[in-house]
Write a protein that binds this ligand. Sequence first.
Ligand code: ZN
Length: 257
Amino acid sequence: MNLFKRARIIYLLQRYPIEHEHWENALKTLTLVQRMSAVEKAHLREMTTLFLHDKNIDGVQGFELNEQMRVLIAMQACLPVLSLGLSLFKGWSHILIYPDAFQVDRDVSDEFGIVHRDQRLLSGEAWLRGPVILSWQDIERDMAHWRQGHNVVIHEIAHKLDYLNGSANGMPPLHYSMYSEQWTDTLSQAYECLNQRLQHHYGLCVDAYAATSPAEFFAVFSEYFFCAPEILHEHFQAVYQMLELYYRQDTLSRLSE
Ligand SMILES: [Zn+2]
């Protein structure tokens, strides 16, 4: 990093610190973050501070956010990029928060080119080069039941990372040390396995939404990787290892600390 950039970061960290009380409350709420090492926590705090400065987190439909809520959202958004850096969040600047699940109503064209009206109720959405949109009710629910493996903030951030190579297809730009073929083979195999189990009406140990598309597979498995890594490690160890290489975090080790 060049010296001017470093100087700006030091200035921002000193000028706009997160209040001690807000940070401590956020740590109490997010137990998996609490189990991170002191170094990781300090790094996450710095990133969260810079994220809050760079991005606008605003309520919509008259929903009012306080600073504590912003810290909680920013902290969860930064968790996936803790070892990757905030530069992956370039090109967008807004997180919009609805009070609860929100209706989308838009035209979509199917594989035959026929346009349909699509109406759905969503807990989150990530736009290519646009905002991340989230429901506070769902964020709160996920924070209260963190260990079940659901986290709408991490889910949408995973889509944002996936978009970095132009489209959400379940493969974000990989690091030089990683092999795209290995990634594709490993994730495809697990994706097929999920779909076959669903076809035969067998139970799944992860949210069935992961089987809807490769992009949703990556987003849902990223949620488990951070919130319930033991489930991934036990049932999809090869995928866990791919995500460990990509996110450069060993989330499983945090459980035993
Ligand atoms: Zn999704």
